[in-house]
Design a protein around this ligand. Structure first.
Ligand SMILES: Nc1ncnc2c1ncn2[C@@H]1O[C@H](COP(=O)(O)OP(=O)(O)OP(=O)(O)O)[C@@H](O)[C@H]1O
Ligand SMILES: [Mg+2]
Length: 318
C-alpha cells in the first residue's frame, strides 16, 4: 500500500491520464479520489461516471450533455459529466464496459479536449484530468477486439495496478486495525484488538472480495462482538467456515512443505501441538477473565502446570 501511495503522490500533480486496474474491491475508486485530492485540482470538482451502470444509449448524453430538443424528453439542455468536471477530474469507472461507438468519441475528447453536446452545434473546450478504472483484464478486451487499442494506449499513460489482497497479505493486519478503529467510532464500540487465532485465520484467508469484503467482515464482527476482543466466532458464519476450510488446506500444504524441506516430523507435530494448546488456553483464559486458578481448574491442570505452559508458549496474561 505504501508503494501505491508513493506512486499516487508522484503522479498526482501531472495532468496525465491514469488507468487503474485491479479486482473488485481492491480500492480503485479510493485511489482515484486520492489522486484528485493530491493534485492541484483538489478544490475543483471530482466527477464520477460508472459506465457499467448507465444504459448504453444514455452514456453519450451523460458524458457530453445535450441541448434542448436533442431527443424526445430533452425539454431542457443539460451539461454532461465532462463539462461538470471542467478544471477538475473525471473518473470513468468500469471503462471496459464502454460501448464501441462511445470509445471513438471518448478518444476524440482525450486527443482534442473538445466535444459537442448531443444535438449541439457549438464545440466546447474543456480541461479535464481523466482517471479510468476497470476490474476486467483490459489487455484481453483489446486482444478480443472489444476495446479499442488506440484508446487503451491513451488511457494507460500512467498505469496503476492494485493487487488482490491475497497477494499483499502484509497489508491485511494494518487494514484490520484500521477498520476496527473506524467501526468502533461509527458503531460506538470499544473493541481493542482481535485474538491471535482470529488474526491468523484472517491472514491466510483468500479474500475473493478483497478490501471491501474485509471491511464488511470487520463491520459485522465489531457490531456482533460481546467482548472487547474479536474472536473467530464473531465472524460471519460463511466467512468463518470458508476461513476454517481454507486455512486447513493451507496448513496441510505448509506441513508438507516443511516436511519436504527436511524438518523433522517430531518438530512439525510439536509446533502444531503448541499452536492448538495456545489456542485453547487463550480462549479459556478469556472466558475466565484471565483468572489463572479458574482457568487451570477448567482445563484440568494444576495452577503450577498452567503457569509453566503459559511460559513455554509465551502467553502473557493481564
Ligand atoms: N487502502 C485502503 N484503506 C482503507 N479502506 C480501503 C482501502 N482500499 C479500499 N478500501 C475500502 O474498500 C472498499 C472498496 O474500495 P473501492 O470501492 O475503492 O474498490 P474498487 O476497486 O473500486 O471496487 P469495484 O471494482 O468493486 O468497484 C471501500 O469501502 C474503500 O473505502
Ligand atoms: Mg469501484
Amino acid at each position: 500500500m505504501q508503494e501505491i501511495l508513493r506512486v499516487i503522490h508522484k503522479i498526482a500533480a501531472s495532468p496525465s491520464t491514469v488507468l487503474i486496474t485491479g479486482e473488485s474491491g481492491t480500492g480503485k475508486e479510493l485511489v482515484a479520489l486520492e489522486i484528485h485530492r493530491n493534485s492541484d485540482r483538489a478544490d475543483k470538482p471530482f466527477i464520477k461516471i460508472n459506465c457499467a451502470a448507465i444504459p448504453h444509449n444514455l452514456i453519450e448524453s451523460e458524458l457530453f450533455g445535450y441541448e434542448k430538443g436533442a431527443f424526445t424528453g430533452a425539454v431542457n439542455s443539460k451539461p454532461g459529466r465532462f463539462e461538470l468536471a471542467h478544471d477538475g477530474t473525471l473518473f470513468l469507472d468500469e471503462v471496459a464496459e464502454m460501448p464501441p461507438e462511445m470509445q471513438v468519441k471518448l478518444l476524440r475528447v482525450i486527443q482534442e479536449s473538445e466535444f459537442e453536446r448531443v444535438g449541439g452545434l457549438s464545440t466546447i473546450k474543456i480541461n479535464v484530468r481523466l482517471i479510468a478504472a476497470t476490474n476486467k483484464d483490459i489487455l484481453k478486451e483489446v486482444r478480443d477486439g472489444r476495446f479499442r487499442e488506440d484508446l487503451f494506449y491513451r488511457l494507460n499513460v500512467v498505469p496503476i495496478y492494485l493487487p488482490p489482497l491475497r497477494e499483499r497479505r502484509v497489508d491485511i493486519e494494518d487494514l484490520i486495525y484500521f477498520f476496527i478503529r473506524k467501526f468502533n467510532d461509527r458503531l460506538h464500540k470499544t473493541i481493542e484488538t482481535l485474538d491471535q487465532n482470529c488474526l491468523q485465520k484472517l491472514l491466510v484467508y483468500s479474500w475473493p472480495g478483497n478490501i471491501r469484503q474485509l471491511e464488511n467482515v470487520l463491520e459485522r464482527s465489531v457490531l456482533m462482538s460481546e467482548s472487547n476482543i474479536l474472536r473467530l466466532q464473531d465472524l460471519a458464519p460463511e466467512v468463518a467456515e470458508a476461513v476454517a476450510s481454507e486455512s486447513k488446506e493451507a496448513d496441510v500444504s505448509r506441513f508438507m512443505q516443511e516436511y519436504q524441506s527436511g524438518e523433522s516430523f517430531k518438530d512439525i507435530v510439536k509446533r502444531q501441538t503448541q499452536s492448538v494448546e495456545r489456542e485453547i488456553i487463550e480462549r479459556a483464559l478469556a472466558q475466565n477473565d484471565g483468572n489463572i486458578t479458574k482457568t487451570a481448574e477448567k482445563l484440568g491442570l494444576s495452577r503450577k502446570g498452567l503457569q509453566l505452559k503459559l511460559k513455554e508458549l509465551g502467553i502473557v496474561t493481564r
